[in-house]
Design a protein around this ligand. Structure first.
Ligand code: IPM
Ligand code: MN
Length: 360
């Protein structure tokens, strides 16, 4: 099969982790006879540096014309410290998500038994944790009208939702729950926010069409605590944009490292696959970043391409590398490997796997 993939490495550790992912994709292509064609584009801080804006028409057009988008990371501290700037790297990703209609962000949270001791949370609480965060990605406070007064004494960010923007992701969440433990937990702040009350009303109605699915509600403050003291209760955790952003970073403490978590953002047509971590500028160009979040995002991409064997092979080899202690420094361990070494190990495994496979 031939697939055109837009490759947006972005900032910080983005290019390093993407390099490993492309090595893996090449190996998979070789083994299964696929032709993955990469279209490298600028985005974020590096795009501002080279073109003056974080998302050019060129990049957007390439993305629109491809079968999928592989995204690295975005952000540069030099912009964070200057609150006066109108142009920022993150705008590139937000605009891309909005323009591509990628309203549904899927972030699987699954513990590896080999890493149970690496989490700061006790083993008994996190053993067998397996849930998926469904985060609404193109509305809410991120995208509402925002502004700051001339004298910089007042500012506002409006949070918007409507029945349509809630129900389209909710339906996807309920469908996903049907294939799993049949439970959706809506995280909101319905005791304070009008948008949260609309989420509850809309979900109640949709639940009537998915009667086998149990629908629970949690307030965001309580949910943040429940995620640590009883994460096993979750199956599909559905929430709005900003709550989902915060909760997914919190969830990474369960798994052992933010660097391990992948995501897909789906909606209209072409999807984005990206690790949930940021650009981690302090680690950039040191060959220490964890490539597994990006590599597991490639696995999600292949699954969506209906390349199931290929996707499963990646999950299998990642599990194996973790089992054998082949991981980067962020996993709390005395022994660790470089970004590139972890990538090489995985590529080797795929090629060896091929030999074994063709010999029998
Ligand atoms: C994420 C990131 C982004 C977000 C930033 C970089 C805009 O934190 O994908 O979780 O907040 O959505
Ligand atoms: Mn985030």
């Amino acid at each position: 099969m031939e697939k055109n993939i837009a490759v947006l490495s972005g900032d910080g550790i983005g290019p390093e982790v993407i390099n490993q992912s492309l090595k893996i994709l090449d190996a998979i292509g070789k083994k299964y006879n696929h032709n993955f064609i990469y279209h490298k584009c600028l985005i974020g801080g590096i795009s501002i540096k080279k073109t003056g804006i974080p998302l050019t028409k060129d990049t957007l057009d390439t993305c629109l014309g491809c079968d999928s988008i592989l995204f690295g990371a975005i952000g540069d501290p030099k912009y964070d410290n200057n609150t006066n700037l109108k142009i920022r790297p993150e705008q590139g990703l937000l605009k891309l998500r909005k323009k591509m209609g990628l309203y549904c962000n899927i972030r699987p949270i699954k513990v590896y038994k080999y890493l149970l001791k690496k989490s700061p949370i006790k083993k008994a609480y996190i053993e067998n944790v397996d849930f998926i965060i469904y985060r609404e990605l193109t509305n809410g406070i991120y995208f509402g009208k925002k502004g700051i007064s001339k004298n910089r004494n007042k500012a506002y960010d409006i949070c918007n939702y409507n029945k349509k923007t809630i129900s389209r992701i909710a339906i996807r969440a309920f469908k996903a729950a049907l294939k799993r433990k049949k439970k959706v937990t809506l995280v909101d702040k319905a005791n304070v926010l009008a948008t949260s009350r609309l989420w509850r009303e809309t979900l109640k109605e949709i639940n009537l069409k998915f009667k086998e699915v149990q629908l629970d509600y949690l307030f965001i403050d309580n949910a943040s605590m429940q995620m640590i003291i009883n994460p096993k209760q979750f199956d599909i955790l559905l929430t709005e944009n900003m709550f989902g952003d915060i909760l997914s970073d919190e969830a990474s403490a369960i798994v052992g490292s933010l660097g391990l978590l992948p995501s897909s953002s789906i909606g209209k047509k072409t999807s984005i696959y990206e690790p949930i971590h940021g650009s981690y500028p302090k680690a950039a160009v040191k060959n220490i970043a964890n490539p597994l979040g990006s590599i597991l995002s490639v696995s999600m991409m292949l699954k969506d391409f209906k390349m199931n064997k290929e996707s499963l092979l990646i999950n299998k080899i990642v599990k194996n590398s973790i089992k054998n202690g082949i991981f980067t420094k962020d996993i709390n361990s005395k022994k660790f490997f470089s970004t590139k070494k972890v990538g090489d190990f995985l590529v080797n495994y795929i090629l060896k796997y091929k030999k074994k496979h063709t010999n029998d």
